[in-house]
Design a protein around this ligand. Structure first.
Ligand SMILES: Cc1ncc(C[n+]2csc(CCOP(=O)(O)OP(=O)(O)O)c2C)c(N)n1
Length: 318
């Protein structure tokens, strides 16, 4: 793989991490209405998958969507402004964290309905197949979503109609406060692919190159008309379910610490240093640049106006 691609992947992972930390900061300062679900710890998945996509390819996202959007090229200023409810945001500040979409970048949208994006991916896949436009649809969701009826109905259609979809299950072990073992008997969600007669693979979701490799094969299969693939990425969310949940009541500190040791960014940085792709000072400079970009987004969002009350009913369907 070209060094510039590896560096771009690190940059995107660091951007997601710092963007999410900044959201936590604006939340604790009381600048953010409502809540947001952070992606810290899971950065390798969005980046490893989206690095295989072209601008025209489509992604559907989840309630924990910032990482997917950034990995697909989302605008940091417009994202941050949306999260804190400002008029310059993606939805003029009326949608918030869980409703960010950018169709021009192939980002069909975050989604507050757990598993809601899976039938949407079936529709997008069917449209792509009918138009024969060569697009691939990546559908992100959690292991919790895989217990929903919409998951089974959506994948059944994807499989039956041989649609160009890559199903990416981000198994972070918890659905809100419920451990996976209390919600499903299987350990590997990927086994469910078998009942839909599509390939299913388990990968280390904290290893960005392992995710990249698995997604590359899946994207190629979809482009060749061979139908969907299911990739389960094992990972962990470092924080609580959302910014208001400390995440300490239902998880042991040792468990959280163990996963923090497996930090996808630390791991990728070590590899890039070992392979002489980047030196430590170069990584520091990259991180400084990313921090500046995110800080600019925060300032842009803070300084932007709120939407006008008289426009509250515009742009919505009532
Ligand atoms: C249809 C539906 N049911 C329940 C909820 C409440 N809810 C929000 S997030 C969540 C857990 C989702 O877990 P998972 O799919 O594993 O994603 P994660 O939060 O772990 O990323 C639930 C039950 C919802 N938003 N939508």
């Amino acid at each position: 793989m070209d060094n510039s691609v590896l560096i771009d992947m690190l940059k995107k992972m660091v951007t997601i991490r710092y963007f999410e930390e900044s959201i936590y900061d604006v939340y604790t300062r009381g600048l953010m209405p409502g809540l947001a679900h952070l992606y810290i710890g899971e950065e390798a998945i969005a980046v490893g998958v989206c690095e295989n996509l072209k601008r025209d390819d489509l992604i559907t996202s989840t309630h924990r969507g910032h990482g997917h959007l950034i990995a697909k090229g989302g605008d940091l200023n417009k994202m941050m402004a949306e999260v804190i409810g400002k008029e310059t945001g993606y939805c003029k500040g009326k949608g918030g964290s869980m409703h960010i979409a950018d169709p021009d970048l192939g980002i069909i949208g975050a989604n507050g309905i757990v598993a809601g994006s899976i039938p949407i991916a079936a529709g997008l896949g069917l449209a792509s197949k009918i138009k024969n436009d060569g697009r691939v649809i990546v559908c992100f969701f959690g292991e919790g979503a895989s217990n929903q009826g919409a998951f089974h109905e959506g994948i059944n259609m994807g499989s039956l109609w041989n649609l160009p979809i890559v199903y990416v299950c981000e198994n972070n072990l918890y659905g809100i406060s419920v451990h996976q073992s209390r919600a499903q008997k299987i350990k590997d969600v990927a086994v469910r692919a078998k009942s839909y007669d599509i390939p299913g693979e388990v990968v280390d979701g904290n290893d960005v190159l392992a995710v990249y490799d698995a997604a590359k094969i899946a994207v190629e299969r979809a482009k060749e008309g061979l139908g969907p693939t299911f990739i389960e990425c094992k990972t962990y969310r470092w924080g609580g379910h959302h910014v208001g949940d400390p995440g300490t009541a239902y998880r042991a500190k040792e468990e959280v610490d163990m996963w923090k040791d497996k930090c996808p960014i630390k791991r990728f940085k070590s590899l890039l240093i070992k392979e002489r792709v980047l030196s430590e000072p170069e990584i520091e400079r990259l991180e400084e640049k990313v921090k500046k970009d995110v800080d600019v987004a925060v300032t842009f969002a803070k300084e932007s106006p709120y939407p006008l009350p008289e426009e509250a009913l515009e742009d919505i369907i009532i």
